[in-house]
Ligand binder design. Structure first.
Ligand code: DI6
Ligand code: FE
Length: 405
């Protein structure tokens, strides 16, 4: 169906800038944008529906390109214990940390996991997100990684959201493989990935490259398996130390390297040459009270696209608002509001391999956009929390509206 959307301003985000059109209009045809431009130049069209956007600012639908939003239980009691002074090592020895989420995720039925993940996904949708990535990585064996990825697929089928599913089986060492990390990596590379990919559950492959997780050599084994299956890779890299995982990821043509507080200039150059997106995660930086800043100036200087995501997970980033992450990216990492918004639209699309269809407002792109009742797009990174009045349009249809009456 053809629809005309008038009386708005558009931050198209072309070229990673607002690239604003004031007094704009859009024409959508089904799930695609057919035309966008100044309202005065609106072509005559026989539209089935006309919508007055009331002077709103329209942006591309927000894209949260790094989440772990499918998980069992939560770790709020652990949070409380830590703040009462209980040592993290003691909590871990009591089975806390990632291990406790793995237990809770394994115990949960697929239906229960879906029900809890759906609520978190709705928080994001109400905040203007129309595309999100969901990682597995709390199952750590074939049936439970499958269960997580099936939930991710089901979210995409049942909610008005585009969901990309990433297999993060190489997130942590499962208890059954204690002391045998190489054996677990072989299990991931030889059995889990091929089976899950054959079931159509995997859009990309991720791993956690860190002293407390997997070494670059082990990550490379996973990347070889992904390449063999024709799947793109991503990597949790340089979050707590410098292992040059980002350079390794770049060598495998990774869509993104994520976290990156300890990234070096050599890693930045490798990412620039490979076109790998830097995904910065201010929620985890904040929750861990990290002080090492990601090298934003080096990323800018060498032209590496910067994306911003929630890292929504029960341990290090229980973040239910992508807009709050934009605010934190500005205040903590000194991004400009324009860079932050580009990080949750055009560059986030690239981090998911969706740059051909998502992330900017232009003819032939998917008609995913948000009409915000704001006076300037910088407001999206300016307000901390709350609910901005908006309409969320996905595939050319209004799917959510939040108005304050
Ligand atoms: N990096 C993180 O910060 C999270 N995962 C990862 O690879 C931690 C996930 C958790 O604590 O549950
Ligand atoms: Fe993460």
């Amino acid at each position: 169906m053809k629809r005309v959307w008038r009386n708005c301003h558009a931050a198209t985000m072309r070229g990673g800038e607002y690239s604003a059109i004031e007094r704009a209009a859009l024409v959508t045809q089904g799930s695609r944008i057919e035309w966008i431009g100044p309202q005065d130049a609106l072509p005559r069209a026989d539209a089935a529906e006309e919508h007055d956007l009331g002077g709103a600012w329209v942006t591309p639908g927000l894209i949260d390109c790094h989440t772990h939003l499918v998980f069992g239980g939560n770790r709020s009691q652990e949070f409380e214990q830590r703040l009462q002074g209980v040592d993290y090592a003691v909590i871990a020895a009591q089975g806390g940390g990632i291990a406790s989420t793995v237990r809770a995720t394994r115990q949960a039925t697929e239906q229960a996991l879906y029900a809890s993940a759906r609520k978190r996904a709705l928080h994001l949708l109400r905040d203007g997100v129309t595309t999100l990535e969901v990682k597995s990585g709390y199952g750590l064996d074939l049936p439970n990684e499958r269960k997580m990825l099936r939930v991710a697929r089901r979210l995409g089928q049942t909610l008005p959201l585009t969901v990309r599913a990433t297999c993060l089986a190489a997130h942590a060492l499962p208890p059954a493989f204690a002391g045998r990390a190489d054996d677990y990596i072989e299990e991931v590379a030889r059995r889990m990935l091929p089976v899950l990919a054959a079931e159509g559950l995997v859009d990309a492959v991720d791993a956690f490259c860190e002293h407390l997780a997997f070494s670059p050599a082990q990550v490379e084994r996973v990347f070889q398996a992904a390449a063999h299956l024709g799947l793109p890779v991503k990597l949790h890299a340089e979050q707590l130390s410098s292992l040059h995982g980002a350079s390794l990821a770049a060598r495998y043509g990774a869509l993104s390297a994520d976290h990156l507080e300890y990234l070096t200039e050599a890693d930045v150059l490798a990412m620039a040459a490979a076109g790998t997106v830097a995904v910065l995660l201010p929620g985890a930086f904040y929750a861990l009270r990290e002080t090492q800043l990601p090298p934003v100036d080096l990323l800018r200087r060498h032209g590496v696209p910067i994306a911003i995501a929630s890292d929504l997970n029960p341990g290090t980033s229980p973040a239910l608002s992508l807009r709050l992450m934009l605010s934190m990216a500005c205040t903590l990492f000194r991004l400009t509001p324009q860079e932050a918004l580009a990080g949750a639209t055009v560059h986030a699309a690239r981090a998911l391999g969706l740059q051909g269809t998502h992330g900017v407002l232009a003819p032939d792109m998917t008609a995913d956009f948000v009409a915000w009742d704001i006076s300037h797009p910088a407001e999206l990174a300016y307000w901390m929390g709350g609910e901005l009045p908006k309409r969320v349009i996905r595939h050319g249809e209004q799917v959510c509206t939040t108005a304050l009456e």
